[in-house]
Design a protein around this ligand. Sequence first.
Ligand SMILES: NC(=O)c1ccc[n+]([C@@H]2O[C@H](COP(=O)([O-])OP(=O)(O)OC[C@H]3O[C@@H](n4cnc5c(N)ncnc54)[C@H](O)[C@@H]3O)[C@@H](O)[C@H]2O)c1
Length: 350
Amino acid sequence: MSGRKMVSIVGSGNWGSAIAMIIGKNTAKSTHFDPKVKMWVYEEIINGRKLTDIINTDHENVKYLPGHKLPENVIAVPDIVEASDGADILVFVLPHQFIGPLCDKMKNNVKDNAIGISLIKGIDEGPDGLKLISHIIHEKLGIEMSVLMGANIAKEVADEKFCETTIGSKNKTHGEIFKNLMQTPNFRINVVEECDTVELCGALKNIVAVGAGFCDGLNFGDNTKAAVIRLGLMEMVAFAKFFSEGPVTSATFLESCGIADLITTCYGGRNRRVAEAFARTGKSIEELEKEMLNGQKLQGPQTSAEVHKLLKQKNLVNNFPLFAAVYEICYECRPVGDFVTCLQNHPEHQ
Ligand SMILES: NC(=O)c1ccc[n+]([C@@H]2O[C@H](COP(=O)([O-])OP(=O)(O)OC[C@H]3O[C@@H](n4cnc5c(N)ncnc54)[C@H](O)[C@@H]3O)[C@@H](O)[C@H]2O)c1
């Protein structure tokens, strides 16, 4: 890659729009990147207007990040092929359930030497078992992938409140390119090599957050929630060791993508909020997602189902009682009041 690198953002939800604010501002003042950034937007009609038209004239994603201006050099494009055309750098940031079909549409049009980074927190269940989202993108598009995960609630990042994040990249040069693209004084980035562990942290913490939400909905206190976070972290480490082909070291769990993201998600995130409402109201997860999230997607329950399938196949469900309880409560009618038993009988306490 030489000259100014062209960046495309694939996705434009809550996090997609917040990162577009950062990327747009950084490319506008950098000599390394083309200032114009195309952002793929899943077209929707809002009050009779196309969302892409609203973004391109009012410079605001009124549905997914209202109240924040997007830089004018970020251009909304409804067609994925056009949005990614000519990109040297692809930033993937959309709910994980949509990634496969989207990559299929892009695949004949991606530059050979393009590189990608996934900000997507989730894991996918394919015919050959579980797959990391960055691996799916790599297989479908043939590009080298890095990941970015951290304690980054989108609205707070958009408000430019200080936070940290982690880039996982096997390729140091790529890690530095992505850091230059996204770092700001209030969004500080550490680059580590253990990218699969970074990505697994981002996916698995959402399961623990559902447990934290149950705990809040059942009126347990902060001590119980701390136990959910700690036991959840132990299961995240154990799952990463069992699942990952590469090295898994404790140091990675001490980065923003590990313990910091877990704490944020268990106090502030949407998975916690919906799970709390689930315990309080008895409504289904699907109903609450529709009622409470205005088109945003939940990741925790679905990730628990994907993880559960693999653990069942490998006869390991009993080693992951917290993950199992979240799955059984969300999908198998196990009473939510039972949640605390998975903590009481945890193998950590035997
Ligand atoms: N929101 C956050 O605070 C945050 C922070 C860090 C990471 N993440 C992760 O970033 C990823 C993207 O989340 P988000 O918050 O930007 O999205 P979101 O949940 O706010 O928005 C949903 C997005 O999906 C799009 N969409 C709806 N139907 C679609 C379809 N059929 N096909 C394709 N797209 C469709 C919508 O247009 C919208 O852009 C997720 O993996 C999430 O876990 C989110």
